[in-house]
Ligand binder design. Structure first.
Ligand SMILES: Cc1cc2nc3c(=O)[nH]c(=O)nc-3n(C[C@H](O)[C@H](O)[C@H](O)COP(=O)(O)OP(=O)(O)OC[C@H]3O[C@@H](n4cnc5c(N)ncnc54)[C@H](O)[C@@H]3O)c2cc1C
Length: 47
């Protein structure tokens, strides 16, 4: 497995996921890291 990334994004709420989505569309390899158990479990879950 290739563990090299163009960007490591801290947080996988709506903002972190949108940043990843836009970067991946441009061909970048990204990794989201979040202290919670899954994507969208922060304040994003409130909305
Ligand atoms: C109860 C509630 C209801 C809401 N209702 C609405 C609504 O109706 N309409 C609306 O437009 N907005 C609403 N909002 C606001 C909206 O949810 C937020 O503005 C939006 O989700 C913020 O997204 P975010 O990605 O910036 O933050 P978050 O979703 O909080 O994501 C940030 C992520 O970063 C992670 N993180 C933080 N620090 C670290 C660290 N040091 N290391 C690793 N991970 C870290 C967190 O665990 C979290 O998952 C509501 C919010 C709440 C709380």
């Amino acid at each position: 497995m290739n563990n090299r990334y163009d960007a490591i994004i801290i947080g996988s709420g709506i903002i972190g996921c949108c940043v990843a989505y836009e970067m991946v569309k441009k061909g970048y390899k990204t990794l989201n890291v979040d202290k919670l158990g899954a994507a969208g479990m922060g304040s994003t879950s409130g909305s």
